[in-house]
Design a protein around this ligand. Structure first.
Ligand SMILES: C[S@@+](CC[C@H](N)C(=O)[O-])C[C@H]1O[C@@H](n2cnc3c(N)ncnc32)[C@H](O)[C@@H]1O
Length: 292
């Protein structure tokens, strides 16, 4: 059924709905949603062209606008987020990739770019953004991507296929490093990259509703001080890593010192780098395996 509404009228309705819902960038977001849903261009939406859209399409756009009006993140509504120049499919089963996590990828590429065949394990892969970016950049790398959430791994699989690296990434489900501890990889992994949950309980209470109500708690909640999952990772990692293997961990504000303290107390690791992000927040801690 065709309606007597044109795409430019729908665009104006979209701005109005998002404005009423108090969305900050209502005009821009309305544009992105309508452009994407109608497969049209900004030029067409801003013109007076007398097209008309059908009922099903109209209802589809309205339901996307209602999701955004309820504060669901735009990336889930559009099912997309760019990361390291690659477009990643996202849905509410995975964390929306954040720009600060690109730091982990940059560091891994810088360190392992000249390695003949590194084995790199992305633990807690979510959308697969880290594993896929690393696999695209390092042609010789063997990449393993694991997650406790099977639904997240399904998204990672879609993204790996989308970017042509599915044959080079082994996807495995399971808790931290358990899935492959008993496999032939023990003692062989060159690097672990980990953006695991690191939100403390105190910080959880301060999270914005866009994050707290929509992104998966399994992806965010790192226990009382936010470091529970990293403490467990550092206990398991020595069995998996090669003798000089490294672990890259993304952390939050104020966590570099407590995490470095955990490492100082371990006989298996030394800290080799703490890297700040663009806002000068220490965002990544890199440790290297030492001892036997
Ligand atoms: C902060 S998200 C990061 C996702 C992705 N690496 C990124 O950078 O966008 C953490 C991910 O770790 C997974 N996760 C949480 N606890 C885990 C565990 N114990 N073992 C494996 N994966 C876990 C979550 O399901 C989630 O996908």
């Amino acid at each position: 059924m065709t309606l007597s509404i044109s795409s430019s009228q729908l665009y104006r309705e979209a701005i109005d709905r998002l404005n009423k819902a108090g969305i900050d960038n209502a005009q821009r977001e309305a544009l992105w949603i309508v452009e994407e849903a109608l497969g049209t261009t900004r030029l067409r939406l801003l013109s007076d062209e007398e097209d008309s859209i059908d009922h099903v399409t109209y209802q589809g756009v309205i339901s996307l606008l209602e999701r955004r009006a309820s504060r669901e993140p735009l990336q889930y509504v559009l099912e997309n987020q760019d990361f390291f120049g690659l477009s990643m499919v996202v849905n509410p089963h995975v964390l929306i990739p954040r720009p600060e996590s690109e730091l982990l990828v940059e560091e891994v590429i810088a360190r392992l770019g000249s390695h003949s065949q590194p084995i790199i394990w992305d633990v807690g892969t979510g959308s697969g953004c880290l594993a896929i970016s690393v696999a695209k950049a390092l042609n010789n790398a063997v990449v393993i991507a694991s997650d406790r959430s099977l639904l997240a791994l399904q998204v990672a699989r879609i993204n790996a296929m989308k970017h042509g690296v599915s044959s080079r990434i082994l996807l495995v489900v399971g808790d931290l490093l358990a899935p492959l501890l008993s496999s032939g990889l023990a003692g062989k992994v060159t690097a672990i990259i980990a953006n695991l949950p690191y939100i403390s309980h105190e910080e959880w209470d301060r999270l914005s509703p866009d994050v707290k109500d929509f992104e998966p708690r399994l992806a965010l909640d790192g226990g009382p001080d936010g470091l529970d999952v990293y403490r467990r990772l550092l206990e398991e990692a020595p069995d998996v890593l090669a003798s000089d293997g490294v672990v890259y961990m993304e952390i939050g504000l104020g966590q570099a010192d407590p995490l470095c303290k955990v490492i100082t107390g371990s006989k298996f690791f030394k800290v080799i780098k703490v890297q700040p992000d663009l806002q000068d927040i220490p965002r990544m801690v890199c440790v290297q395996r030492v001892g036997c």
